[in-house]
Ligand binder design. Structure first.
Ligand SMILES: [Zn+2]
Length: 301
């Protein structure tokens, strides 16, 4: 049975895993993403593939990477400028030459949607729009048997849809992007906007405050639910999917907001979008790893 190496490039850590055809994760290695530049990311990919290959004899590699990717060539087309020496990087080509196995590269959020479709909550769906809430916000649209790529690898980039015109400045250069309001980072940033003396620096601390009944946190989460509901209604109108999938690291906290989101979504939507079910992701942080593995298996067929 072939085994592939799957990699998920997160904002804080890069995870590599050996995965079999049934989606079993046989081994997982985590390396902190400390530098966010092209050569560090490539060296980390090399380390992960090398280590997994020495134990499992890898048949192919799948990578979920940051930014917009030309999936045909495995090249980075665009990324926000916190990444240095990254745009233009030929990730797929370089690693294929070095390891002599096929290397497939996609955006990390798109990988998460593929993973949920392969082994998670969107399994069996013919048509899925996925919104992935993590450090940032991304998305992916699966229909007619494949993911839609877009001309420049940017299809379903819902994180940079403008939600509040003239609002908070985004890393992409626009103002008022979704990512500035409904990501994990946004929650504690918005909290600090309302309470400048606060020192929280993580979504984890934010939800601790929320659970303890902190008033500002209640208010921020209420706004988050509203904003997320608007995003999903817009996406539902734009894509008309069979289901809307909500995933990413932030979905792990959904016990605090899922029921409210469903209510708000049906309140803001029209009689058409109301019928589109909201589905919570099932694979958590493993979704992108599974999606990257699926891409690698697909190329072996
Ligand atoms: Zn943006």
């Amino acid at each position: 049975m072939p085994i592939v190496a799957a990699i998920d490039t997160g904002g804080t850590k890069i995870v590599g895993a050996a995965v079999d055809e049934k989606g079993n994760i046989l081994k997982e290695i985590r390396i902190p993403n400390t530098e966010r530049n092209g050569s560090f990311i490539m060296d980390t990919y090399r380390k992960l593939i090398w280590e997994l290959d020495s134990e499992y004899e890898i048949s192919a590699v799948g990578i979920g990477a940051g930014g917009r990717i030309d999936e045909e060539s495995g090249t980075v087309l665009y990324a926000v400028d916190i990444y240095k020496d990254y745009i233009g990087l030929q990730i797929g080509k370089i690693l294929e030459n070095e390891f002599a196995v096929p290397v497939e590269v996609t955006n990390d959020c798109r990988a998460a949607v593929i993973g949920e479709h392969w082994m998670g909550a969107a399994r069996g769906a013919k048509d899925v729009f996925g919104i992935i809430l993590g450090t940032g916000v991304g998305g992916g649209y699966y229909t007619e048997g494949h993911m839609i790529r877009g001309y420049r690898g940017g299809n379903a980039e819902i994180g940079h849809m403008i939600l509040h015109p003239g609002g908070k400045k985004c890393l992409c250069g626009q103002r008022g992007c979704v990512e500035q309001y409904v990501s994990g980072t946004a929650l504690w940033n918005l909290y600090r906007d309302k309470k400048p003396e606060a020192t929280i620096t993580s979504g984890y601390e934010f939800f601790n405050l929320y659970a303890a009944g902190d008033e500002t946190a209640q208010k921020v989460l209420e706004e988050f639910v509203n904003d997320l509901a608007y995003c999903i209604v817009n996406a539902a109108n734009l894509f008309d999917p069979e289901i809307c999938l909500i995933g990413g690291g932030l979905a792990d906290t959904s016990e605090y907001w899922w029921d409210k989101l469903k209510k708000t979504y049906s309140l803001y939507g029209n009689s058409h979008t109301k019928n589109i079910p909201l589905v919570k992701a099932a694979q958590g942080n493993r979704a992108a790893i599974l999606g990257a593995a699926k891409l690698a298996f697909d190329v072996l067929k």
